[in-house]
Design a protein around this ligand. Structure first.
Ligand code: AMP
Ligand code: MG
Length: 328
């Protein structure tokens, strides 16, 4: 069984093709990069419209797969930016009608956990999902993935991007902050904002900007922001593990490419004797392969959707989606 998956929730347009044993046969992605500032949803959607035809061709060619070998077409139905989601959904509907293949809706956050689960072999982990727009701690319970904790304001990645741009840098801020943090020496005091299993970043953004205006270097700020923000994420992941009595951690989302975050979460899990796992970076960031893989699981469990009912769901919550493939 081979499934094609379409991802277009935010700045990444991506097409992935996976097999029944979770082998990524083909993956083609292209990221919209704003000329200045953050993501403009309409501009990102225009970018996706331009690149999708060649991404589909490239993914099929690299997978050496013919459309008639495909079992189903999966697409990210939400959550995400409306205009971006609609371009991906339109491509998926077109391919589904053209090739007479069933359409399978996938929740983007669930896809991050499913790809990490299959790659790690960890059956029932807690997921720390740290991306641009999303920051959530997720675990499975009673037929769905449950959001145990999340950001109360912006996603961690959007926070890092916003901060770096306001310090004179360019999008994306996360990787640039990671490099600058390696040169940081002083740990500056920043608001540590954990509320139960939730976190908030806007206070840290303001405080960092104030410190910068008073002369703090970008390197020291980058170092201090990483240590503080990633400690917050590690703390809520640890709390989720303890409360839900789970015994493994996986990471997902673009910010989970960060070596410091991987190391901190890994060390926390190890201190409890639990394994942790972060997918290779190409499968940590938004990608069509995780959509294809989750679509394959869903299709095998009987999930499909008619084109007429396949509208996108920009605010689709992780815990709204049933996971029949995990019901035993
Ligand atoms: P996603 O929304 O999952 O595609 O991830 C995009 C976000 O990941 C952006 O906000 C980036 O700044 C952030 N990001 C990517 N690489 C890194 C990194 N090495 N460290 C921290 N953040 C990162
Ligand atoms: Mg994502």
């Amino acid at each position: 069984m081979v499934v094609l998956g379409i991802e277009s929730t935010a700045h990444t347009a991506s097409v992935g093709i996976v097999s029944e044993n979770a082998e990524v046969l083909g993956l083609a992605s292209d990221m919209y990069k704003p000329a200045s500032g953050g993501i403009h949803p309409r501009e990102a959607a225009n970018h996706h419209v331009e690149v999708f035809p060649s991404l589909v061709e490239r993914a099929l060619a690299s997978a050496k797969v013919n459309p008639r070998d495909l079992e189903a077409i999966a697409f990210a139905q939400g959550p995400g930016l409306g205009p971006c989601l609609r371009t991906g959904a339109t491509v998926a509907r077109t391919l589904s009608l053209l090739w007479h293949r069933p359409l399978v809706p996938v929740n983007h956050c669930v896809a991050h956990i499913e790809i990490a689960r299959v790659l790690s072999g960890l059956d029932d982990p807690v997921l720390l999902y740290a991306s641009g727009g999303n920051t959530q701690v997720i675990a499975h319970g009673s037929g769905r993935y449950r959001v145990l904790g999340e950001t109360l304001d912006v996603g961690i990645g959007n926070f890092l991007d916003k901060l770096w741009i306001s310090l004179g840098g360019q999008f994306p801020g996360g990787p640039a902050i990671e490099r600058a943090a390696l040169e940081g020496i002083d740990l500056l005091p920043l608001p540590y904002s954990v509320h139960g299993m939730d976190v908030a970043f806007s206070g840290m953004l303001t405080a960092s900007q104030v410190l910068h205006a008073r002369g703090a270097s970008r390197e020291n700020l980058a170092y201090s922001v990483e240590v503080t923000a990633y400690s917050m994420l590690t703390e809520i992941t640890e709390r989720a593990l303890a409360h839900r009595k789970k015994e493994a951690v996986v990471l997902g989302g673009g910010v989970a490419c960060n070596e410091r975050l991987r190391t901190m979460v890994g060390a926390m899990a190890e201190s409890w004797g639990h394994p942790s796992f972060a997918p290779p970076k190409a499968l940590c960031v938004d990608n069509g392969a995780m959509i294809a893989w989750t679509g394959l699981l869903a299709w095998r469990a009987g999930v499909t959707i008619p084109v007429s009912a396949s509208e996108v769901q920009p605010r689709q919550r992780t815990d709204l989606v049933l996971t029949p493939w995990r019901n035993g």
